[in-house]
Design a protein. Structure first.
Length: 160
């Protein structure tokens, strides 16, 4: 039996029910990923890594194609400057490649914010830590696994 991806292992340790979906080939877009999983694009939760300052990071979970409002994120955090992490930085900090990042099974804890758009779905999929494989779970179970991660409105008004 193949080794389960790290996010699945972390969720199992938390007793969070979930299932894996393995894509048959390369995934080129969020829309393709959703379609192959039998989901809408809004059910695919992206995990974005932001650098707040040197050595300090934040993960933001956003539903589907929704864009995060930089102004809303800065205002919520009370900071005037932040950046998205570079590709190599994402791997270094999370241990996962872009497209497979999730807030579970990380080498070190990273604070998480959940955009309220995520809560509009009954079931979502997140990265598994391995490209081409997703974890599918109920939104309620995702939020339970995240514990006290704040749910806030961070979407860009023009994408609503």
């Amino acid at each position: 039996m193949p080794t389960p991806p790290p996010v699945s292992v972390a969720l199992a340790a938390l007793n969070i029910p979930h299932r894996l979906f393995v894509h048959s080939g390369a995934v080129a877009s969020l829309e393709q990923a959703a379609s192959e999983r039998g989901q809408t694009p809004e059910q695919v939760v992206r995990t974005l890594l932001f650098r707040l300052e040197e050595g300090r990071y934040l993960l933001v979970l956003a539903a589907g194609p929704a864009q995060i409002s930089w102004a809303a994120l800065r205002a919520h955090l009370g900071v005037s400057r932040l950046t998205t992490a570079e590709r190599d930085e994402v791997v270094k900090v999370t241990g996962y490649p872009i497209g497979a990042v999730a807030p579970f099974g990380l080498p070190a804890p990273i604070p998480v914010l959940v955009d309220a758009s995520v809560t509009a779905q009954g079931e979502v999929s997140i990265g598994s830590g391995v490209r081409g494989t997703a974890v599918i779970l109920s939104t309620a179970d995702l939020l339970a696994a995240l514990g006290d991660a704040p749910v806030v409105w961070l979407r860009d008004a023009k994408t609503d």
